[in-house]
Design a protein around this ligand. Structure first.
Ligand code: PGA
Length: 263
C-alpha cells in the first residue's frame, strides 16, 4: 500500500486524444514505466485523466494489460443522476474504477463559470463515491501582481474543503496551479511554488482541519511542468506531486516526468 504522501504525478489530457490514441498512449506508458509502476511499495503513483469518451477504453486496457496506472477523470457533476444534459456523475466514474477526479480546474472555473460552491459540492460527491478529489486552486496574473496570491489560494482551499471531516481532507489532493503558468511555458519559480504550497495550502489545511490532516494531504504543483523542471519542484518539502497538462500528452515526456527520482 502506498502511504498517503506517496508522490502523485497526474496527466491531465484535457480535450486531447480520442479513444484509439488513448489506448496507444497508455500502452506506451505501461511499457516505459513497467518497472517503476511495479515497485512495492510504490515510490510514485501515476494517474492519467483522459476525456470521458476514452475512460472505458483506458480502463479495459490497463486492467487487461495489468498496467499499474491509476485512472482519473477531469470533472464530474455533483448530483448522482438527474436532468443535467451532457453531464457525468461521480458514481458513473466510480463504476469505471476511476480513482482520482480533478475538481475545479481553472479552465472549468474560468471558461465554464464554476463557482467555489459548485466545486465544493463536487468534492463531496467524489468522496461519497469513494474516489479521491484533486482540488485545483490558483491565482491569475493580475492577482499575483496585486499581491493577492495568498488570499486567493487560501480562500479557494477553504471554500473547496468546506464541510469535510479532517480525515477526509487528510486523504485528498490539492493542486496549486498558478493560472498564468498553465500552458504558457512559464513556471512559477521553485521558491514561489514551494511557498504557496506550504504557506497558503498546507498551512491553511492545518489551521482549518488540524496538523494530522496537513501532514497527510498531498499537494501537487501544476503549470508548465516538464521533464526539465520536475526534479527541482519535487525536491520541495511541501510539493508531493505534479498535475501535468501539455507534457502528459507525449508518453516519452510524461514517463520522464514520472521518473524524476532517477535524475
Ligand atoms: P500545463 O497544464 O502543464 O500544460 O501547463 C497544467 C494543467 O492545466 O493542469
Amino acid at each position: 500500500m502506498a502511504d498517503s504522501r506517496t508522490p502523485l504525478i497526474s496527466g491531465n489530457w484535457k480535450m486531447h486524444h480520442n479513444h484509439f490514441e488513448a489506448i496507444q498512449c497508455v500502452q506506451k506508458l505501461g511499457y516505459l514505466l513497467k518497472d517503476l509502476l511495479r515497485e512495492e511499495p510504490p515510490s510514485v503513483v501515476v494517474s492519467v485523466h483522459p476525456p470521458f469518451t476514452d475512460i472505458r477504453s483506458v480502463q479495459t486496457t490497463i486492467e487487461s494489460d495489468r498496467i499499474a496506472l491509476a485512472l482519473g477523470a477531469q470533472n464530474c457533476h455533483p448530483d448522482e443522476k438527474g436532468a443535467f444534459t451532457g453531464e457525468v456523475s461521480a458514481t458513473m466514474l466510480a463504476k469505471l474504477n476511476v480513482d482520482y477526479v480533478i475538481v475545479g480546474h481553472s479552465e472549468r472555473r474560468e471558461l465554464f463559470g464554476e463557482t467555489d460552491e459548485f466545486v465544493n459540492a463536487k468534492v463531496h460527491a467524489v468522496l461519497k463515491a469513494e474516489m479521491t478529489p484533486i482540488l485545483c486552486v490558483g491565482e491569475t496574473l493580475a492577482e499575483r501582481e496585486e499581491g493577492r496570491t495568498g488570499d486567493k489560494v487560501a480562500g479557494q482551499v477553504r471554500a473547496g474543503l468546506k464541510g469535510l471531516k479532517a480525515e477526509q481532507v487528510g486523504e485528498l489532493v490539492i493542486a496549486y496551479e498558478p493560472i498564468w503558468a498553465i500552458g504558457t511555458g512559464k513556471t512559477a519559480t521553485t521558491e514561489d511554488a514551494q511557498s504557496v504550497c506550504g504557506e497558503h495550502v498546507r498551512a491553511v489545511v492545518a489551521a482549518e482541519f488540524g496538523d494530522e490532516a496537513a501532514a497527510t494531504v498531498r499537494v501537487q504543483y501544476g503549470g508548465s511542468v516538464k521533464p526539465g523542471n520536475i526534479a527541482e519542484l519535487m525536491a520541495q518539502p511541501d510539493i508531493d506531486g505534479a498535475l501535468v497538462g501539455g507534457a502528459s500528452l507525449d508518453p516519452d515526456d510524461f514517463a520522464a516526468i514520472a521518473r524524476y527520482q532517477e535524475q
